[in-house]
Design a protein around this ligand. Structure first.
Ligand code: CAA
Length: 389
């Protein structure tokens, strides 16, 4: 039963939700467990998602995208993640961390050269802010970019870069003026086929194992002036603006994981018997289901609201930081809550790799960590509300 009356989807939104859901169930569901086990990158399904327009949903058709709105993106990502969060991660980084940054801050030439192939799924995009010694405190990065005539020379090391092992282009942030801290950071588009770019070892991960993550290293990488994204020293604001968009994507991913965990639990509770009753008749189980459902619907409202806020900001130019952080915080904690409850309701079989329940549990955890931990989301929300820093 859907409690969702605030968001009556129009025909276009309903169609993308249905199309993404059908694709996920038909094409991704049969391979998800194997790719989770092997940790291989699912090239074939990602290529198909590109052909279907899922890799650049908000990018105008003139630049190779699907030309749809943020709600369409959220709905598609939710449906993909409901079946497999790894595909959701790859899709979200491509859409919101790469394409949204180029769409907002890129030059016409950059949009044609880099965004077009990524939005149409012919190339893969990534985003790199974090460093080994600079995670939540993103303004403390050490990576340097030094101007040398018509180029910048980049040196340094970045970590936890989603899709880095397979990415063609990466938006990377580096200090051009370290004394100015946040105000001395500049953004660049990196072509990973060029000399000076080195991929580090792939990270073995707890969850989202089919999405590839690694360190990247720069040794005298020469970025021509035309590959600088935005103005010099605008990097931190670009990084934060892009993350605002990214956090809505992670909220949608988390919502998908939570729904998968809930639906499996609901079905199981109606079938499985103990002590002569369906286990759903026991409050120990049914109250868990009630809490899961309630939190999921609340997460959905926050996530769709954030999507609408981002859509509105496209015309007003305003920010949607608060909406994005609240959606990401609540949806990711809902995913973890629902996945935890799902394992408990399924008990032994939930802990086994025979069902995807343990995968939901492993996959849910990252949504509370990447693109800003839950603690960072609380900090952002509190600062915006109190006005205190
Ligand atoms: N939009 C626009 N501008 C923003 C902004 C936003 N959302 N947030 C901050 N700014 C601006 C501020 O207005 C300020 O500008 P002025 O100095 O001109 O006034 C400037 O940026 C500095 O802001 P703060 O003083 O608030 O900066 P801070 O050092 O206190 O940090 C923070 C703020 C919110 C904690 C930020 O550092 C942050 O978000 N940290 C988390 C980083 C993160 O999410 N990392 C994940 C990386 S991606 C990833 O996970 C890997 C992957 O591949 C998916």
């Amino acid at each position: 039963m859907s409690a969702n009356i605030l968001f009556h989807l129009d025909e276009e939104h309903e169609m993308i939700r249905q199309t993404a859901g059908d694709f996920a169930r038909n094409e991704i569901a049969p391979i998800a467990a194997d790719f989770d086990e092997s940790g291989d990158f699912p090239y074939d399904t990602i290529k198909k998602m590109g052909e279907m327009g899922f890799m650049g949903i908000e990018v105008p058709e003139a630049y190779g995208g699907a030309g749809m709105d943020t709600l369409a993106y959220v709905l598609a990502l939710e449906e993909i993640s409901k079946v497999d969060a790894s595909h959701g991660t790859i899709m979200s980084v491509n859409n919101s961390l790469f394409c949204s940054g180029l769409l907002k801050f890129g030059s016409e030439e950059q949009k044609q050269k880099y965004m077009r192939p990524v939005a149409s799924g012919k190339a893969i995009g990534a985003y790199s802010l974090t460093e080994p010694m600079s995670g939540s405190d993103a303004g403390t990065m050490r990576m340097r970019a030094v101007r040398d005539g018509e180029c910048y020379i980049l040196n340094g090391r970045k970590s936890w870069v989603t899709s880095a092992p397979v990415a063609d282009y990466i938006v990377v942030f580096a200090m051009t003026n370290p004394e100015k801290k946040h105000h001395g950071i500049t953004a660049f588009i990196i072509d990973t086929s060029k000399p000076g770019f080195i991929r580090g070892k792939k990270e073995p991960k707890l969850g989202i194992r089919a999405s590839a993550t690694s360190e990247i290293l720069f040794e005298d990488y020469r970025a021509p002036l035309e590959d600088r994204l935005g103005e010099e020293e605008d990097g931190f604001k670009i990084a934060m603006t892009v993350l605002d968009a990214g956090r809505i994507g992670i909220a949608a991913q988390a919502l998908g994981i939570a729904e998968a965990a809930y639906e499996a639990s609901l079905n199981y509770a109606k079938e499985r018997e103990a002590f002569g009753h369906k286990i759903g008749e026991f409050q120990g189980v049914s109250f868990k289901l009630a809490d899961m459902k309630t939190r999921i619907e609340a997460a959905r409202l926050l996530t769709y609201q954030a999507a609408l806020a981002k859509e509105q900001a496209k015309t007003t130019g305003g920010r949607f930081t608060l909406e994005a952080s609240m959606a990401k915080l609540f949806a990711s904690e809902t995913a973890m809550f629902a996945a935890h409850a799902a394992v408990q309701i399924h008990a032994g079989i939930g802990y086994s790799k025979e069902l995807p329940i343990e995968r939901y549990f492993r996959d849910a955890k990252i949504t509370e960590i990447y693109e800003g931990t839950s603690e960072i989301q609380r900090l952002v929300i509190a600062r915006l509300e109190t006005g205190l820093h």
